[in-house]
Design a protein around this ligand. Structure first.
Ligand SMILES: Nc1ncnc2c1ncn2[C@@H]1O[C@H](COP(=O)(O)OP(=O)(O)OP(=O)(O)O)[C@@H](O)[C@H]1O
Ligand SMILES: O=c1ccn([C@@H]2O[C@H](COP(=O)(O)O)[C@@H](O)[C@H]2O)c(=O)[nH]1
Length: 220
């Protein structure tokens, strides 16, 4: 089954058709949103270890697409340098393929949807509604401090791009959170606290999901 999906996904991406790479696969999706540097990736890693989700960072998928030499690579790189939002069809196709190629059926989609157009396009193309939306709420002051100390060599972790990313978050991404808030789907977390304390709040929200055996991974 993995091979069939992979082949169909790769072919769909190449032809850029409207084919749905997920086919009949049923998935549980949670969106993980919050400002740049609010700690989404850090907490997703904990959730993966603890609750068995697969983490799909939209930003990581786009960065991998740049490195793959894809025809969209230069466009994506320029958008990221400016903190702008990559066209929905590009990001959605990458997310669909990643979900189709993975055997898991529970996904944390981190950093997407970034604007209302992303959100509406994802729902229309995939017919997937998130179970809920984790919102990591953090002050700009703290996020800026974290990003400037991140040291991962990211081209967008410089003060000019960081300020642009904050503006895009407020103007384009907060309306997505408001959309889901009005539907009772937002689980807001105070992300300004230390990592361990933030994860304690996350665990409370995941209480309805079965925990993996955590004795080996050191998490309790
Ligand atoms: N609660 C926390 N307290 C202090 N530092 C943190 C906390 N959470 C994450 N960090 C650190 O802040 C930086 C940004 O965290 P992370 O990459 O998880 O954020 P993000 O929301 O995924 O960012 P982006 O949207 O830019 O990818 C990292 O260096 C991480 O180690
Ligand atoms: O859905 C998405 C996700 C990301 N981008 C672009 O990538 C950068 C970095 O994203 P991170 O989530 O911080 O890794 C972001 O500023 C956008 O330029 C996107 O366009 N669409």
């Amino acid at each position: 089954m993995g091979t069939t999906l992979e082949t169909s996904a790769a072919a769909g991406a190449k032809k850029n058709t409207n084919e749905n790479p997920l086919g009949d696969k049923k998935v549980t999706v949670l969106f993980v949103l919050g400002g740049p540097g609010s700690g989404k990736g850090t907490q997703c890693a904990n959730i993966v270890q603890h609750f068995g989700f697969t983490h799909l960072s939209a930003g990581d998928l786009l960065r991998a697409e740049i490195l793959s030499g894809s025809e969209n690579g230069t466009m994506i790189q320029n958008m990221i340098k400016e903190g702008k939002i990559v066209p929905s069809e590009v990001t959605i196709k990458l997310l669909q393929i990643a979900m189709a190629e993975n055997e898991n059926d529970k996904f944390l989609i981190d950093g997407f949807p970034r604007n209302e157009e992303n959100r509406a396009a994802f729902e229309k193309v995939t017919n997937i509604e998130p179970e809920f939306v984790l919102f990591f709420d953090c002050s700009e002051e703290e996020m800026e401090r974290r990003l400037l100390n991140r040291n991962q060599g990211r081209e967008d972790d410089n003060i000019d791009t960081i300020r642009k990313r904050f503006k895009v978050f407020v103007e384009s991404s907060l309306p997505v959170i408001e959309h889901y808030e009005s539907r009772g789907k937002v689980r807001k977390i105070d992300a300004g606290k230390p990592v361990g304390e933030v994860f304690e709040s996350v665990k409370g929200i995941f209480s309805s999901f079965p925990a993996k055996n955590t004795r080996e991974d050191g998490l309790s």
